[in-house]
Design a protein. Structure first.
Length: 406
């Protein structure tokens, strides 16, 4: 039987999971537990034959839900568990084998991700109790960006705030950006050169990568900074907070809710946070949807161009995430505003690339000029696959060199 890694992404009210075989072409059963913390949690699971089932988990907490997941995965049991952990602060620069000290380290990063890290820890503690014999690995969203130079990760605020409170830019979506970086090195003749990667899903971030290392990224201390997202604002004037508090009487919680839950595509369109809805509505002339698309694409173009400043040379641009992989409109619109970088999109390749497939969508291959243009790629992301590989490699290394934990 083929070995598998169980990948867990544990939130406060949900657990996403996938049993990832180490042989790439094998099916990947997985699913989701929703509504944890309510009286009616539900487990939705797709098995290795693609058959979907749903189970009520009345009264289940995180450990009970985790047990149910393992029971329903059937005969295939994992050889290790890889946990997605949102914030690793400055301590965790790579995936790490979990022990008590690592749990303590993740807890210490809670002030930087108060909603996410406690939920990730719930998942880790539940699986450690249930499967004490299985090695467990934490794979951090922030770790890939720990290579950023200081001038990219520091805010221009008093140094003391960085030294005492760790206030700096960390970046997120690390597993996705790392996976796309690895894939570009395999796919492109330009290898691990200079790339700008746009991960555009419900959350959106872009990263500049030079020779496989993150040099700068659009998200900051929290995943609110940077690009326009489904319901998150991305960059706003920091003076906005004071204005809303002093002039409009808003509380800090109201401001936080507005920026995280009611802004972005949702806030501008007044219609939906979902790009598919907005493309359809814009097509029918909905003014809010059109504006939301315009703002999204313009900010995206501006950020991609700005990130090229982090690179000695721009070899190409890659799109991923639900929007990046599936929206020719967003790709074309953003690239059309980046003339200074001279991208040369093939309209036909952009439109005709099959949904969910990998491909190059620029014209440069047939270009008979000597000018080197950036390549443009679409690559479906695979965060679960990346977490599984990091987990398996670390477990292997530890088996051969028991002192190695990262
Ligand atoms: P998450 O960040 O939650 O993993 P996804 O990566 O699945 O989210 O991305 C969700 C986004 O992708 C939504 O805005 C959705 O509308 C968009 N999307 C998915 N398919 C399409 C499509 N065919 N055309 C345009 N947008 C799409």
């Amino acid at each position: 039987m083929n070995d598998c890694i169980l990948v867990i992404n544990c939130g406060s009210s949900s657990i996403k999971f996938a049993l990832v075989p180490l042989q790439a072409d094998h099916p990947r059963p997985g699913g989701l537990v929703e509504r944890l913390g309510t009286s009616e949690p539900v487990l939705k699971i797709t098995d290795e034959n693609g058959i979907r089932q749903q189970f009520d988990l009345a009264g289940a907490d995180h450990p009970a839900a985790m047990k149910a997941i393992l029971e329903h995965l059937g005969e295939r049991q994992p050889i290790a568990i890889g946990h997605r952990v949102v914030h690793g602060g400055e301590r965790f620069k790579s995936a790490t084998l979990i022990d008590d000290d690592v749990i303590d380290g993740i807890r210490k990063c809670t002030s930087l991700a108060p909603l996410h890290n406690p939920a990730n820890l719930d998942g880790i503690e539940a699986t450690r109790r249930l499967f004490p014999e299985l090695p467990q690995v934490a794979v951090f969203d922030t770790a890939f960006h720990q290579t950023m130079p200081e001038h990219a990760y520091r805010y221009a605020i008093p140094t003391e705030l960085y030294q005492k409170h760790g206030i700096r830019r960390y970046g997120f979506h690390g597993s996705s950006h790392a996976y796309i970086t690895e894939r570009l090195a395999e796919l492109s003749e330009r290898g691990t050169g200079g790339w700008v990667i746009a991960h555009l899903g419900n959350g959106c971030s872009a990263t500049a990568v030079w020779q496989g290392r993150s040099m700068d990224t659009s998200m900051g201390m929290t995943p609110l900074e940077g690009l326009v997202m489904g319901t998150r604002s991305g960059d706003v004037d920091p003076g906005l907070h004071l204005h809303l508090a002093n002039q409009c009487g808003w509380s800090v919680q109201q401001i936080d809710q507005m920026l995280n839950k009611h802004s972005g595509l949702m806030g501008v369109s007044g219609l939906s946070p979902d790009m598919r809805d907005l493309e359809q509505a814009a097509d029918k002339g909905h003014a809010g949807a059109r504006l939301a698309l315009d703002v999204f694409c313009y900010r995206l173009a501006r950020t991609l161009a700005a990130l090229s400043c982090a690179l000695p040379r721009l070899d190409g641009i890659a799109f991923t995430g639900g929007i990046g992989e599936n929206s020719p409109l967003v790709r074309a619109r953003a690239l059309s505003m980046m003339n200074a970088l001279r991208p040369c999109l093939s309209a036909a390749a952009n439109e005709n690339l099959a949904r969910g497939s990998e491909g190059r969508i620029d014209q440069a291959r047939n270009d008979d000029t000597t000018e080197v243009r950036p390549e443009i790629w679409v690559i479906p992301t695979d965060e679960e696959g990346h977490i599984a590989r990091e987990t398996s490699e670390l477990v292997q290394t530890h088996a051969n060199h028991p002192e190695a934990r990262t």
